[in-house]
Design a binder for this molecule. Structure first.
Ligand SMILES: [Zn+2]
Length: 173
């Protein structure tokens, strides 16, 4: 048995923003979000190494995706509704602009692009993709919707010189 946890996530940790931020409201500057995310990533890498840092980011994105689906996106009843609602929410929440390039649910395959991505758009170009959190996030959305396990890999990223992030998802056999 695991002992009582201190930091288990629940949706109410997002808080009552009307009550708590009557003047500042629910918005913040994106730099603040990125400052936290990239300092977290730096610290995780220094503490656990690159591979574990990536795994933790993927897992965190996955957890977020599960809760996002349960609290905002779902339940949706068909593919069109899934895509339309997801596109709407990602734009409304200013997370990015989603385009579905390929969606073959029976074949367990999906390719999406996310432009103006929250995490990486505008960053200096590097030699690797960085949207590991998004990978986990998309995997959880697909899994919540289809009840099949998905593995997601970012194949193009702003950080590899592309102007959009492209994610390829494949259902586990
Ligand atoms: Zn990216």
């Amino acid at each position: 048995m695991q002992s009582e946890r201190k930091y288990e996530f629940s949706w109410d940790l997002l808080g009552d923003l009307e009550l708590g931020r009557p003047n500042l409201g629910p918005q913040t500057r994106l730099e603040v979000y990125r400052l936290m995310q990239f300092c977290f990533r730096d610290t995780l890498e220094r503490t656990y190494g690159t591979e574990q840092a990536d795994r933790i980011f993927y897992e965190a994105g996955y957890l977020a995706g599960r809760h996002f689906y349960a609290n905002l996106l779902g339940p949706v009843h068909d593919q069109n509704q899934f895509v339309a609602k997801l596109q709407y929410l990602l734009k409304e929440l200013k997370m990015g602009i989603l385009r579905m390039e390929e969606m073959d649910l029976p074949g367990g395959r999906l390719v999406v692009t996310l432009s103006e991505d929250l995490d990486c758009s505008g960053l200096p170009v590097k030699d690797h993709e960085i949207c590991t959190y998004d990978e986990g996030f998309i995997a959880a959305l697909m899994e919540s919707f289809t009840a099949r396990k998905f593995v997601v890999k970012e194949v193009d990223c702003w950080c590899t010189g592309d102007r959009t992030c492209r994610f390829s998802a494949q259902a586990a056999p």
